[in-house]
Design a protein around this ligand. Structure first.
Ligand code: FCB
Length: 451
């Protein structure tokens, strides 16, 4: 039996484009995800976020559910195009008011608001000027951060500048699986650097105003060597360099790792890094959020670097098929991977507090004859992974919280509504919410904090 201390933060997470809907309301401008999801062939079944979970109108009901679950914190993201329709200039008051009501509604329910400023819904107008390939987007982001900080800065407990810059840059600009769907290695690296810069400038903007803690959320890949051969170990090191350290080395150490520069050397000379950028990126932060779902098994091998890949410049690496069991996403279920990830990130960056900002599973849920959703598989997944966090605490890793992805089923990016990650089932045609067994399990767990 393990018990978590009273100051450990448990919560649930969502993101604006995945739940809000209301895409044309109150002056909101289009984002790159509106454009992408409306482009035929980009999202499974042609699904879009036009309505999603209709959270823009049903937010009070959703906050009530969070209160009933008994969470300490709720992580949500702000849709930049609701604040600045075309990514620049005067803010839209209606957008700020929406999030202000949401923050107050959380505080009234004794839930700490955790804001993510950028969870991938870039204003389309900025993409039309190059998006994350244009360094000016980082300046625009800082302006937007300042606007939000002025409106909400006194009431939010945790601020994350960006969610998963690797996904935004590499899936968005290198392999094209996500919006805006560009396919170029050098674009992926350029976007990564500009996102890093946006993070640094965003931290500066937040620090000027906010009272809460400021950090960054990354999805660190837990690469596992398939064997202990030097080739497999070297493959892991090189993948880490472009999949992981590409973000935290500049943020926490003020440099790009020499191996990152070496692996990508045939793709770019990194001329997009200007004098002073690394100092701007290297701002003190209070926590590093890690999103973990699954490990990735790799071996060595002789193969050229691929052209359309998120692992820009990496050659001589073989990705092994996911080990079983897997979730509905086909992702290996391995709680130990979370402990290992927390331990190794802590070993590399011992000074920083860590927080699991997302963890959860898409499962083949179905509504049973009794009207319930008996997702014992998700309960197993959550039990295993929360236990894995405790194991990391036992090893001295300063993990401050755990946020489950996701409060409710939602628009799962290029998978549309075909994958369900929620604790709460959403019947999209009626928007009716039904608690899955896992939601009741999480509620019970939160009342004791004991596994
Ligand atoms: C993460 C995203 C989140 C969600 C989960 C399943 O990469 O941050 O929005 O889609 O994966």
């Amino acid at each position: 039996m393990v018990t978590f201390g009273g100051d450990f933060i448990f919560g649930a997470a969502t993101a604006s484009y995945q739940i809000e809907g209301g895409v044309d309301e109150d002056g909101r401008g289009p984002s790159i995800w509106d454009t992408f999801s409306h482009t035929p062939g980009k999202v499974v079944n042609g699904d879009t976020g036009d309505i999603a979970c209709d959270h823009y109108h049903r937010w009070e009901e959703d906050l009530d559910a969070l209160a009933e679950l008994g969470v300490d914190a709720y992580r949500f993201s702000i849709a930049w195009p609701r604040i600045q329709a075309d990514g620049a200039g005067h803010p839209l008051q209606a957008g700020l008011d929406f999030y202000s009501r949401l923050v107050d509604g959380l505080l009234e329910r004794d839930i700490t608001p955790f804001v993510t400023l950028y969870h991938w819904d870039l204003p389309q107008a900025l993409e039309d000027r190059g998006g994350w390939l244009n360094r000016d987007t980082a300046r625009r982001f800082a302006d937007y951060a300042e606007i939000v900080a002025r409106a909400l800065g006194d009431r939010v407990g945790y601020w994350a500048t960006l969610n998963e810059p690797w996904c935004a840059a590499m899936l968005g600009y290198a392999n094209g699986e996500h919006a805006p769907g560009k396919k170029s290695g050098v674009a992926g690296l350029t976007a990564s650097h500009h996102l890093n810069l946006a993070h640094g400038l965003g931290v500066q903007a937040l620090r000027a105003t906010v009272t809460g803690q400021v950090g960054l959320v990354v999805n660190y890949h837990q690469f596992e060597a398939a064997d202990d051969s030097p080739e497999a170990i070297d493959a892991v090191a090189r993948l880490d360099a472009v999949g992981n350290w590409l973000y935290t080395e500049p943020v926490l150490r003020g440099r790009y790792d020499p191996l990152t520069l070496e692996v990508t050397g045939e793709v770019t000379d990194w001329r997009f890094v200007q004098d002073g950028d690394l100092d701007l990126i290297h701002q003190p932060i209070d926590f590093l959020g890690l999103n973990y779902y699954s490990p990735t098994r790799v071996a060595g091998g002789h193969c050229p670097a691929q052209t359309v890949t998120p692992w820009v410049g990496v050659k001589d690496v073989t990705f092994l098929p996911p080990a079983r069991p897997v979730t509905e996403m086909g992702w290996t279920i391995r709680p130990q991977g979370l402990t290992d990830l927390l331990v190794r990130v802590h070993q590399r960056y011992p000074e920083i507090d860590l927080l699991v900002a997302e963890n959860g599973a898409a499962m083949p849920d179905a509504v049973a004859e009794d009207g319930a959703i008996h997702d014992a598989d998700r309960i197993d997944y959550l039990t295993g992974h929360i236990g894995a966090v405790h194991a990391a605490l036992d090893q001295g890793v300063p993990v401050k919280g755990y946020l489950c992805w996701s409060l409710m089923d939602n628009f799962e990016w290029s998978f549309g509504y075909s994958r369900r990650f929620g604790l709460i089932w959403v019947d999209y045609p009626t928007q009716k919410r039904t608690w899955k067994d896992s939601a009741r399990w999480y509620q019970r767990f939160l009342s004791t904090r004991t596994l």
